[in-house]
Design a protein around this ligand. Structure first.
Ligand SMILES: CC(=O)N[C@H]1[C@@H](OP(=O)(O)OP(=O)(O)OC[C@H]2O[C@@H](n3ccc(=O)[nH]c3=O)[C@H](O)[C@@H]2O)O[C@H](CO)[C@@H](O)[C@@H]1O
Ligand SMILES: C=C(OP(=O)(O)O)C(=O)O
Length: 514
């Protein structure tokens, strides 16, 4: 069926614009996109001009090639936001539990023969994707009536042939199936890990970390082909080549059922790793060195316990909510903020002139993570003297860095933001120029932001990266007038009810679809 039978020339032109914007966000030329689709550059040029008949099949292939919900076939259309900004927010907002702990714990539940109950799990698309994958291989995962707590029961035999490859390819976290699966299967296949468009993200450190557990991986035809030759129970030391979060988690997951003592050096002590350690301890795995870069895991061959765990609050969500308040010049309280994972961020903000108060500390439901309520006050911000750059924990969180771009744009003076981590995340922040910010990309890793910005409303297509997308939304809250942010579905990957919660604080955000 040809779409032109139904759609007007105007909708073809609209689709053309969406395709062009998505292609540019992916840094693709027309020729490169044409190669992905097996078509010619001139056909792409015609599509982008709205001068090409589009079949549903071609629309589906375009969506897949651009990994974008811009054009969906057989589903509701993409979601957009109309944001009327320029007024302060007020009141308080409570931080939800973290995306990154949730996905690690879901993967970890594969280790347990007993029932895992995870409480207060974030209702986000990233979690749903891992759940889809788990269910497709036979895991029983059910939400309670309130939709907050998850009960997970893993069958004796997994149906790995039935894996939902589409859901798996949309998340990078699928890589954390390797650690648990290597104890269950001698050979298995997993689809390639996917995720946001942040540039190349290596999985080599995972291969290096898991090799001592007998795992060999060959990657071809869109799949990891895993072979396991399980070693004996001898003690071992694993030195991670990168202090990555998920690679530390994979090493922990493998070590948990390795019947010996595993020392993991250069481990990430970041928040999601701490949640995972606490869960594994409930399963009966002793881990020395909690919160440090050397973890000693006393593995147990069979893990069979009915456990109940509540992951801790998300520091990146806390930073997002603080940013919303800062750029709108608001008096706002962010409740249940995990302070240990925000201290450096707050210290830099304090140097920039942010006035804030902290409540006394209290414990999160996991009993360990320290929480505070942070109240920020309207402040005149100045650029920090030194560049702002992330580090593996304890350092400024890599995922919190993009928010400093929006904040720096609201401050007087020039701020250099150095994202050495991701090849393709800073580039998405240059969209802030469309809202009046002076954001100059010096190279793929360094952004020079000069403020203060006279924010002005605009229409922007959401970049295909979670944090930059939220940064643009938050900047729109600072813009007088009405902005439109198109195709915001990516935000649901990591945030639950973000718009509703901002609206409760006084933001004017309307959600609409085409
Ligand atoms: C599900 C989950 O938990 N995701 C988080 C996790 O992803 P994840 O653990 O997958 O992060 P990666 O392993 O991709 O690391 C991010 C990037 O940092 C580089 N790198 C990392 C550590 C290091 O010591 N040296 C180094 O160069 C990696 O090569 C990569 O390019 O950690 C990232 C970095 O905190 C966060 O952005 C992600 O939100
Ligand atoms: C990069 C991020 O996460 P992921 O590892 O899930 O892509 C993020 O949370 O910003």
């Amino acid at each position: 069926m040809s779409l032109t039978e139904e759609a007007t020339g105007q909708s073809l032109r609209q689709i053309g614009t969406l395709v062009r914007d998505a292609r540019r966000h992916h840094g693709l030329t027309q020729t490169q996109l044409a190669e992905r689709l097996g078509t010619s550059q001139s056909a792409i040029a015609r599509i982008e001009q709205g001068a090409q008949n589009l079949t549903l099949e071609l629309l589906g292939r375009l969506s897949a090639a651009l990994d974008s919900e811009l054009i969906t076939v057989g589903k509701a259309g993409p979601t957009h936001l109309r944001v009327t900004g320029g007024t302060p927010l007020s009141g308080s907002v409570t931080v939800k539990s973290s995306k990154n702990a949730a996905v690690a714990l879901l993967c970890a539940s594969l280790l347990n023969r007993g029932t895992t109950t995870l409480r207060n799990v974030a209702r986000i698309v990233e979690v749903e994707r891992i759940l889809d994958v788990l269910r497709s291989i036979g895991v029983r995962a059910t939400w309670d009536d309130a939709g907050r707590d998850l009960t997970i029961v893993v069958p004796d035999e997994l149906d790995l042939a039935g894996i939902d490859a589409d859901a798996a390819r949309r998340t990078r976290s699928i890589i954390m199936f390797l650690g648990p699966l290597l104890h269950r299967e001698a050979t298995f296949e997993l689809p390639y890990a996917g995720g946001c468009d942040l540039g190349t993200r290596t999985v080599e450190p995972h291969m290096i970390a898991l090799r001592p557990f007998g795992l060999e991986i060959e990657a071809h035809a869109g799949e990891y082909h895993a072979r396991v030759d399980r070693p004996g129970s001898a003690d071992r030391t694993i030195v991670l080549t990168e202090r990555g979060d998920t690679v530390t988690e994979n090493a922990l997951l493998a070590a948990a059922r390795h019947p010996g003592r595993t020392t993991i050096r250069n481990a990430s002590p970041n928040y999601m790793v701490q949640d995972l350690c606490l869960y594994l301890e409930l399963l009966g795995v002793r881990i020395d060195g909690f919160g440090t870069t050397t973890l000693v895991v006393h593995g147990v061959a069979e893990l069979d316990a009915d456990v109940d765990y509540t992951p801790s609050e998300d520091p990146v969500e806390a930073m997002s909510l603080l940013t919303a308040g800062i750029v709108t010049g608001s008096e706002l309280t962010v409740r249940r903020a995990p302070i240990e994972f925000l201290e450096i961020e707050l210290a830099i903000l304090g140097e920039m002139g942010l006035r804030y108060d902290l409540s006394p500390e209290y414990a999160a439901d996991n009993g360990r993570t320290r929480l505070v309520d942070i109240t920020i006050h309207p402040s005149d911000l100045g650029a920090p003297i030194d560049k702002v750059h992330p580090m593996p924990f304890p350092g400024l969180n890599i995922d919190n860095l993009p928010f400093f771009t929006v904040i720096a744009a609201s401050a007087s003076g020039g701020t250099l933001i150095h994202d050495w981590v991701y090849d393709n995340r800073a580039i998405h922040l240059s969209d802030l120029t469309r809202l009046g910010a002076d954001v100059r990309l010096l190279d793929p890793h360094r952004v020079l932001v000069t403020g203060p910005t006279h924010w002005s409303a605009a229409e922007i297509v959401c970049p295909p990266a979670l944090r930059p997308a939220v940064c643009i939304l938050l900047a729109m809250l600072a813009c007088k007038g009405t902005s439109v942010l198109r195709n915001v579905d990516i935000i649901a990957r990591g945030y639950e009810q973000l718009y509703e919660r901002l609206v409760e604080m006084g933001a004017r955000i309307e959600v609409f679809t085409d």
